[in-house]
Design a protein around this ligand. Structure first.
Ligand code: ADP
Ligand code: MG
Length: 697
């Protein structure tokens, strides 16, 4: 039998086929359950009443009780407006209509008490409210005090008269029946212990709260539930993986030892040593490793990956090293080749632009097992790439690889699942990591190699451009190289490209004797590569670029990063870009150029960059400012279709949900005990793919 929540929204009274199509397209609402989970994004307070003399400009929507004293039409034709003088015993205010004047005049009378509701704006020394809601006091008092839900809609929906009010009417209609179908989804022992509101009340109260306390409890309950089931799923996944995915046991570390003794180019940091140890422990456990290594830019993740690969190769298996772009794959290939050559280990690269003949040779060698390391892009994931014995897959800069891609990699092993090492320089706050990658084990390289001088960061206004030019001129005279980066936002890329080109022009005029490089996303890969190489070889002193240089590029002599229009970048991107410098022995600088006018948020971002170089601190601020949505490819993770929780703000609930989920699973891994019946049913329903709305039924 089809559950109530699976019924098509079309059949809800007042919706019908046409509106249903609109709701599908604009709000992703297909079923009753989808509508129920279309939660209000804010509420208007209809619990308090204000006096006219209490009105302040900064107030949101307010309610006032009073009477109309007079109405007056002002102006003619299309510019006509209606002004009603409305007052209580403390004063008067103007209510203004630009449309529906006739309608108002026909219905609203002077001398009768009304409740008006709207947002006051200041007009000279007076306040007015445009297009207020007006309700006779007799009507309004039937409803009592409440919070009025405000729902997201779209311009298109509004044009078709589906505004927040219409949705709230649909919701009321739906809830009348829905309350008979909503069942509890959390067991009594959890509800009691954590004082959670019951499910039915929570769903009703989230849409039509009587008081803000009710609203708060309803929200808390729904957020807890959402996060609890995500954590439970992740923790279960982890348990299943450990139990049922045997990994290849790597006991031999011969090559690692040789390399360590004879070729290691520098002393490892303690953090690197610790992480290598953690990885080796996984390798020896006989279970498949799925480990995320987080380490700030420049913390030396590549070496950790290389050492891990040496262990895999010592045990007769092959390694795949995957980078997010061709440029990076190329750079990693060259870097790793230098290391590997010392041990006589064969290494090849495979990208989308590899020549057919090259490819054929590589494919053969991979299948015969004669190629121990292949470095490449996502081209490595293609089905036709077959390994003889893949033992370890390293994924650099994971935020572009999701769970699905990881799963494809797992399939590439023929006897057992290959170990997976994911590396990221986008530091993720623990809370978020727990949710996004709760099924991964996490290692952190929380230390930079010794001798690095912290990068000095300055904020400069565009008006001080000449000073900035003077500064980089001096540094170049000392033999350093400079990056100057321009934002490139996809949609307006021609415009941005013009910014970049104009910038390039003015830099060439200012430094006529210097060789410059330019790199941007619209260039052919060969041209990009050629320009990069000129910079790498010190032939050019300034690299003018878009964010294509964001990840991975390594030119230790480049010690200055100038970021133009820095206010247009997100924090994590600024941090990534800054990480391109500070890799050599010299003092490095980052100069953030901005316009004179900045939003509060932009100021916070810039100030954060000036104040700290700690990627984790920056990530915390970023998460608070933006929410987790943009932080990384969260959509891909398939876990982030959060209906109500906000990972940036609901940290405490998340921690609680995780610890409760973990306690439940520790005590009852199979969820067999009767007291966990509800949980098991819920988890089963989710597994069947009835994910979203099934949380309600
Ligand atoms: P990331 O973690 O950003 O990927 P890399 O692996 O590219 O960092 O390392 C950055 C630079 O630091 C490289 O030039 C690398 O050779 C160097 N490096 C890595 N580990 C150490 C270390 N322990 N001591 C000195 N230099 C190191
Ligand atoms: Mg790297």
């Amino acid at each position: 039998m089809q559950s109530f929540f699976e019924r098509s929204i079309e059949f809800l009274k007042g919706v019908g086929p046409q509106r249903a199509v609109l709701l599908n397209k604009e709000l992703n609402i297909f079923k009753y359950g989808d509508l129920l989970q279309h939660y209000p994004f804010r509420y208007e307070d209809r619990t308090k009443f204000y006096k006219v003399n209490q009105i302040r400009e900064e107030q949101p929507f307010i309610q006032i009780v009073g009477k109309f004293i007079s109405f007056q039409k002002i102006g003619d034709g299309r510019k006509q407006r209606l002004v009603g003088i409305f007052g209580d015993e403390t004063g008067t205010i103007e209510l203004v209509w630009f449309q529906g004047i006739k309608w108002v005049l026909e219905r609203v009378r002077t001398g009768v008490p009304y409740v008006v509701f709207g947002k006051p704006t200041r007009f000279g020394s007076k306040y007015n409210i445009a297009h207020p809601e007006v309700e006779p006091v007799s009507e309004r008092s039937k409803q009592g005090a409440y919070l009025h839900p405000v729902y997201h809609t779209s311009e298109k929906l509004k044009r078709k008269f589906i505004d927040s009010k219409t949705i709230s009417k649909m919701m009321k209609m739906l809830l009348v029946d829905a309350v008979n179908h909503i069942h509890e989804t959390l067991p009594p022992h959890i509800l009691q212990q954590y004082h959670l509101m019951d499910k039915k009340s929570a769903v009703v109260q989230i849409h039509f709260p009587k008081t803000s306390q009710d609203l708060q409890k309803a929200r808390y309950r729904l957020k807890f539930e959402e996060l609890f089931y995500i954590q439970l799923r992740l923790l279960k996944l982890k348990i299943t993986r450990i139990d049922s995915f045997p990994g290849i046991r790597f006991d031999n570390s011969e090559l690692l030892n040789t390399y360590y003794k004879e070729h290691l180019p520098f002393e490892l940091t303690d953090a690197q040593k610790r992480v290598v140890k953690e990885i080796y422990q996984d390798f020896r456990s006989g279970k498949q490793m799925n480990r995320l290594v987080q380490g700030d830019v420049g913390s030396g993740k590549t070496m950790v990956a290389f050492l891990s690969m040496l262990i895999a190769i010592s045990n007769g298996t092959q390694c795949a090293f995957m980078a997010p772009t061709e440029i990076l794959a190329e750079q990693h290939y060259k870097g790793l080749k230098e290391y590997a050559d010392l041990l006589g280990i064969h290494i090849a690269r495979l990208t989308g632009s590899s020549k057919k003949s090259e490819r054929k040779v590589i494919d053969q060698m991979l299948q015969s097992g004669d190629l121990p390391i292949v470095v490449g892009t996502h081209a490595l994931l293609e089905d036709k790439v077959k390994f003889n014995n893949l033992g370890l897959a390293v994924i650099d800069e994971q935020h572009r690889f999701g769970v699905a891609q990881r799963a494809r990699l797992w399939k590439k092993g023929n006897n057992a699942y290959p170990h997976v090492l994911v590396m990221t320089a986008t530091p993720i706050p623990r809370t978020l990591a727990m949710t996004l990658y709760g099924d991964l084990d996490i290692s952190v390289i929380d230390q930079l190699p010794a001798g690095r001088k912290p990068i000095k960061t300055y904020h400069m206004r565009d008006s001080h451009r000449l000073k900035m030019f003077g500064f980089i001129e001096k540094e170049i005279a000392k033999g350093r190289q400079v990056y100057i980066v321009y934002p490139l936002i996809e949609e307006s890329s021609t415009l941005d490209l013009k910014d970049l080109m104009d910038g390039y022009e003015s830099i060439s005029r200012r430094f006529p004797d210097l060789q410059l490089s330019i790199v941007h996303g619209k260039m052919k890969p060969e041209d990009k590569e050629w320009e990069m190489q000129r910079f790498v070889k010190h032939e050019t002193k300034i690299m003018v670029a878009t964010t294509v240089i964001e990840v991975g590029v390594n030119v230790p002599n480049a010690s200055i990063m100038v970021i133009e229009n820095a206010e247009r970048f997100g924090l994590s991107q600024l941090h990534q870009l800054r990480g391109r410098v500070g890799r050599g022995a010299e003092q490095s600088f980052c100069i953030l150029m901005t316009g004179n006018k900045l939003t509060t948020e932009a100021k916070t971002r810039i100030q954060t960059m000036v104040d700290t170089t700690d990627g984790f601190k920056i990530a915390e601020v970023d998460l608070k400012l933006r929410g987790p949505g943009d932080l990384m490819g969260t959509q891909q993770s398939g876990l982030m279709d959060l209906m109500i929780s906000d990972l940036g703000k609901d940290t405490e609930i998340l921690k609680l949900a995780r610890s409760v989920a973990s306690n439940v699973l520790n005590a009852d891994p199979e969820l067999k005990s009767p007291e966990n019946n509800l949980i098991r049913r819920q988890v089963d329903a989710q597994r069947k793919g009835t994910v979203n709305w099934s949380r309600i039924s």
